[in-house]
Design a protein around this ligand. Structure first.
Ligand SMILES: C[S@@+](CC[C@H](N)C(=O)[O-])C[C@H]1O[C@@H](n2cnc3c(N)ncnc32)[C@H](O)[C@@H]1O
Length: 323
């Protein structure tokens, strides 16, 4: 019998059979699109946004967690090399990636960028931290409400997982706040410790977390049956289907994220939709640069802008700073 978070851990990260250990596409040929994989305009917009922060620093560092196939890093580094060569020459781009397989892919993809380093842990830095669709990939414990109260989801085995409900032995504190009518809640217990490390390492600068998620109250009201999902071939599927071949995710509780970041002394901005964030980050200016640089790809880039603004409606962005 496996508690759900242990099953998810194995299904996503097992060195041989884990989903991320075999991943080769985050686009059309894969199971889902991420914004950085969709078009470099996303990375250009982010890079352009944080450029003034980095330029004001003597030894600017960008840390990316969970870099997937390296799309965000490739686009951002390309942006700085083209438009801010002086900054490019002195910045360091650190990648913190837990999947060995993806780290290998990132090394290949970013081989032409000598500014990239792969790190196993975070050490103090000044600059920018960012992570796109990483928190939703943290294993979650799953709790279900039945007539007698809360139960926890376990599965029978890795290869033939069937749900078994068990008594909750150590109820997380969130269960005390769940309103009536909510019948499933997911809790990613690894996120607070991870974010505390990020917060403590960021000595000065800015952080950007992009993911699907919501403030806690909204999660309860919009998703009373929980947000646990499986993805395969661009379809939403049962998360227990084909372990190791299915991506398993849950929405991020951004209220919990905010509390941890504030707790380590960071100033946290209001949660924004991806659309609002990209708009304010100047995606239109990034598009102008892109069109001028690659005139033959202007039409594709314009269509990409539309999708990046409107095609990720459940995505939220949380920006934080240490000044
Ligand atoms: C859904 S993919 C997103 C990839 C990429 N950021 C993108 O948007 O295209 C999740 C990534 O986070 C990585 N990851 C998950 N948990 C992590 C952790 N605790 N530390 C570092 N990387 C992690 C996965 O291995 C994978 O690279």
């Amino acid at each position: 019998m496996l508690r759900f978070d242990r099953f998810m851990e194995e299904a996503l990260y097992h060195p041989e059979r884990g989903y991320y250990e075999r991943l080769s596409s985050l686009g059309k040929a894969g199971d889902f699109y991420t914004a950085p994989a969709f078009h470099p305009l996303f990375g250009w917009t982010l890079a352009r946004l944080v450029t003034p922060v980095l330029e004001g620093m003597e030894k600017p560092v960008v840390v990316e967690a969970g870099a997937g196939l390296g799309d965000l890093a490739a686009a951002a580094l390309d942006f700085w090399r083209r438009f801010r060569p002086e900054l490019y020459e002195r910045l360091e781009y650190r990648i913190l990636e837990r999947s060995r397989h993806l780290q290998k892919k990132q090394r290949e993809r970013l081989a032409n960028h000598p500014r990239v380093q792969f790190v196993e842990a975070l050490t103090p830095f000044e600059g920018v931290f960012w992570a796109n669709e990483v928190l939703d990939a943290f294993p979650v414990r799953v709790f279900r409400r039945v007539p007698e109260g809360w139960k926890e989801v376990y599965v029978t085995s890795f290869c033939e997982p069937r749900v078994v409900l068990r008594d909750v032995t150590d109820p997380p504190e969130i269960l005390r706040r769940v309103p009536d009518g909510v019948v499933q809640v997911e809790v990613a217990e690894g996120i607070p410790a991870f974010l505390r490390k990020v917060g403590r390492a960021l000595a000065r600068g800015m952080g950007i977390l992009i993911d699907y998620g919501e403030e806690e109250e909204m999660l309860f009201s919009r998703y009373p049956s929980g947000t646990l999902q499986g993805y395969r071939n661009h379809r939403v599927v049962d998360p227990l289907e084909h372990p190791g071949e299915t991506d398993i995710t849950a929405f991020v509780n951004f209220t919990a994220v905010r509390r941890v970041l504030e707790d380590v002394g960071l100033e946290v901005e209001a949660l924004r939709t991806q659309e609002r964030f990209l708009f304010h980050a100047g995606i239109h200016k990034a598009l102008e640069l892109y069109e001028t640089t690659f005139p033959d790809q202007a039409m594709r880039a314009r269509l990409a802008l539309k999708t990046l603004l409107l095609g990720f409606p459940t995505y939220r962005v949380l920006v934080f700073q240490r000044s």
